[in-house]
Design a protein around this ligand. Structure first.
Ligand code: NAD
Ligand code: TYD
Length: 354
């Protein structure tokens, strides 16, 4: 992989992935190529997350602001940078937004993936890999028993998960029909640094820190299988290096928690670190609010294929990962202010012509 296109590198997982690939640790394990990060910089993409690398590693990291749906622009990028491998993160990713406004989910997640697949097909002579980053939400909801395996039938519930399911099907179809060298990963819920504070964990960290209400949907009994983002990034890279072409791998942390347990744990960890001035426990801030429509009850991943075939195991427990995450949000007030105020949007308008 000499010229790796990373799409959506300015978002949460993409940022962590690029940082991982450029780290000294990863250099040792086999990535010496160049990263071309293409991101549209939607509300969820922050160009400052990786800006330091443009100066630090001008030969190894480039950023291009572009929409993956823009065929001409993407064609230009494939030609200019001689793209030989792709790790595709770019997506609209928030379930609640997909319920309110599904339109962009269809455009980016389905049409955007289609655009990339077509370009990969046209450049197939030099293409080594198209890795597609996806979610366990494509499988729909589990009851109280069982786990998602790679063979679980797709049964998505939200416009977000349906659009990701469609993109997974397209990627698989391109492998079967055109022989495109693909791998797909379906991962459980991630948490960690750089996550936009609309998702459960960063939202609850920031609200509880500020003494604001903590909205828990329904009764808080929905279960998610949490994975620290660095473990996800390591898994993706292992799949890219050693995964069998045409195969799918589930990624998960064996870490099922109800939402109410997650929120309570955040409250107690923050209380230990910085007690509230009024002396009250932060769990008093929890408010049960109207449930999300079509809310999946439970996700749980069986990642034994990845563990057995590629030797990957998660390194962080929920407590160690959560502590790192809370510390990161407390130490990075500037980043939080920037994304909440949207202050950098003005900078984007000035620096990039639409
Ligand atoms: P995110 O919302 O934080 O980041 C998405 C990035 O994609 C942003 O930088 C955004 O600007 C960019 N983007 C959006 N539309 C674009 C377009 N049309 N063209 C170019 N760039 C565009 O998302 P995330 O949480 O980092 O998720 C990344 C990927 O991982 C997604 O494909 C998501 O489905 C998948 N995933 C996420 C999780 C999770 O828990 N967050 C779990 C499993 C899989
Ligand atoms: P979220 O972080 O949006 O991820 P996803 O919907 O992709 O799993 O939500 C995680 C869980 O937390 C989900 O069951 C919905 C719930 N939730 C709340 O209870 N309150 C909130 O404010 C949010 C954002 C989510």
């Amino acid at each position: 992989m000499k010229n790796l296109l990373v799409t959506g590198g300015c978002g949460f997982i993409g940022t962590n992935f690029v940082r991982y690939l450029l780290s000294a640790k990863c250099k040792k394990t086999g990535f010496n190529g160049r990263i071309i990060n293409v991101d549209k910089l939607t509300y969820a993409g922050n160009p400052f997350n990786l800006a330091e690398f443009e100066k630090k590693y001008p030969d190894r990291y480039s950023f291009v602001k572009s929409d993956i749906c823009d065929v001409k622009a993407m064609e230009g990028i494939f030609d200019r940078f001689k793209i030989d491998s792709i790790c595709h993160f770019a997506a609209e990713s928030h379930v609640d937004r997909s319920i309110a406004e599904p339109d962009t989910f269809i455009k980016t997640n389905i049409n955007g993936t289609f655009t990339l697949l077509e370009l990969a097909r046209k450049n197939q002579d030099r293409l080594l890999l198209f890795h597609h980053v996806s979610t366990d939400e494509v499988f729909g909801s589990l009851g109280n028993q069982g786990f998602f395996t790679e063979k679980t039938p797709y049964d998505p519930s939200s416009p977000y998960s349906a659009s990701k399911a469609a993109s997974d099907h397209l990627v698989r179809a391109y492998a079967r029909t055109y022989g495109l060298p693909v791998t797909i990963s379906n991962c459980s819920n991630n948490y960690g640094p750089y996550q936009f504070p609309e998702k459960l964990i960063p939202l609850m960290i920031l609200n509880s820190f500020k003494g604001k209400p903590l909205p828990v949907y329904g009764e808080g009994f929905n279960v998610r299988d949490w994975l620290y983002v660095a473990d996800h990034c390591r898994a993706i890279f292992e799949i890219m290096k050693k995964g069998k072409r045409g195969e799918t791998y589930n990624i998960g942390g064996h870490c099922e928690m109800t939402n109410i347990d997650v929120v309570t744990r955040i409250c107690s960890m923050l209380d230990e670190k910085i007690p509230q001035k009024n002396g009250k426990p932060r769990k008093d801030l929890i408010r049960f609010v109207k449930d999300r429509p079509g809310h999946d009850l439970r996700y749980a991943i069986d990642s034994s294929k990845l563990e057995k075939e590629l030797g990957w195991v998660p390194e962080e427990s929920f407590d160690t990962g959560l502590e790192k995450t809370i510390d990161w949000y407390l130490d990075n007030e500037g980043w939080v202010k920037m994304v909440i105020d949207g202050e950098y949007r003005k900078w984007i308008e000035k620096h990039y012509e639409e």
